[in-house]
Design a protein around this ligand. Structure first.
Ligand code: SF4
Length: 144
């Protein structure tokens, strides 16, 4: 079976910024892939729960105005290490997250406004040849 990096919060782990979790039905994925859970924001040294953050240009800033770019970049590098260790070609990442988002992220105004863009980890993994899917694209991933 191929190895698949997966956002840990999609597996029901309480690593989201608000400490909540939501479990998805991933039974079919488990039958097809070895799942490698990742949470870049935790790997970057941030606590759970934590102040929510959004991307503002080249930086990631939390709602208190603190620059957390370094933590986001460290988390992305750690996720990439795991991808290389496990030779993962695919990643299933949580949509809209400033770390894991693929096609769109919040615009940095903390007004729930989405713009085109990608999270810090999703970008680094994509640049390193991983193919990224969101939880809305599981059916496409199952065809791989
Ligand atoms: S979206 Fe990514 S960084 Fe955020 S809680 Fe889920 S796995 Fe962690």
């Amino acid at each position: 079976m191929d190895n698949l990096l997966i956002s840990a919060c999609l597996l029901g782990l309480s690593c989201r910024y608000d400490g909540e979790y939501r479990e998805y039905d991933l039974k079919n994925l488990r039958e097809k892939f070895n799942l490698i859970p990742i949470c870049p924001e935790i790997y970057g040294g941030l606590p759970t729960p934590r102040v929510p953050s959004e991307i503002q240009g080249e930086k990631v800033v939390n709602r208190n105005g603190e620059d957390v770019t370094a933590q986001y970049e460290k988390g992305a590098q750690e996720a990439l290490k795991l991808a290389k260790l496990y030779n993962a070609k695919y990643a299933l990442l949580k949509a809209k997250s400033p770390s894991c988002g693929k096609n769109e992220v919040y615009d940095g105004s903390f007004t729930a406004t989405l713009v085109s863009g990608e999270g810090v980890t999703a970008k680094l993994l994509r640049e390193n040849e991983l193919v990224i899917f969101t939880e809305n694209e599981i059916n496409i991933l199952l065809e791989k």
